[in-house]
Design a binder for this molecule. Sequence first.
Ligand SMILES: C[S@@+](CC[C@H](N)C(=O)[O-])C[C@H]1O[C@@H](n2cnc3c(N)ncnc32)[C@H](O)[C@@H]1O
Length: 216
Amino acid sequence: MRIRNVKNKEVKLNSCEKLIKNPKDYCGKWITLFNNNNPIYIEIGMGKGKFIIENAKRYPNINFIGIERLDNIVVRAIEKLDEDLPNLLFIRMNALEIDEVFNKEISRIYLNFSDPWPKLRHHFRRLTSEIYLDKYDKIFTNSKEIHLKTDNEDLFSYSLETLSKHNYYFDEVLLNVHKKEIQNWITTEYEERFKLENKPIFFLKAVAHHVQNSKK
Ligand SMILES: C[S@@+](CC[C@H](N)C(=O)[O-])C[C@H]1O[C@@H](n2cnc3c(N)ncnc32)[C@H](O)[C@@H]1O
């Protein structure tokens, strides 16, 4: 992602009530911020926020949290907010800390066009590596659901492998998402670009139950 330096970045970040500055303080208590018991879905690496914002508008009975590690990009997501969405929050953090921020309270994780980390020695940084899947076990409620979209075939086949080793099964696997129109499909910024280039987009929905028993 091209990162331009953003003017008044700190002011914009600090004044945004949607951006939770001390996320670890809410570990296990996120419902107190949303004031309801609706399920919580998170997107890790939300980029400029198109996907999570559109989801929050379309599904008011789901709580959404967009996570992004880069300040400049979080500001872009904040700037995109054009209405008050009580079911949407943002967190600026590295997902490596995710298990210190949530505790058995997440119902779904979206991984959209995550960085592919092509070199073998960097595979552990992929958001579907064992390291992350172990962390996700700690944040999911008693059922787990991961939705992943990518243009990167290698990341996709790697994820199919790590997820099945981790006792997930696949409810849905699509090898070319935009071949035909899918109802209620919400695209991301990256996806819009790849769509124009006619690049195949891979999608999977992985599910599993009973987090406690899911160790290899
Ligand atoms: C390729 S972009 C995709 C953005 C968006 N999901 C989309 O599809 O348009 C990946 C994003 O994930 C963020 N990211 C990568 N690793 C991350 C991590 N460990 N924690 C939080 N965000 C991360 C990057 O900063 C970047 O904004």
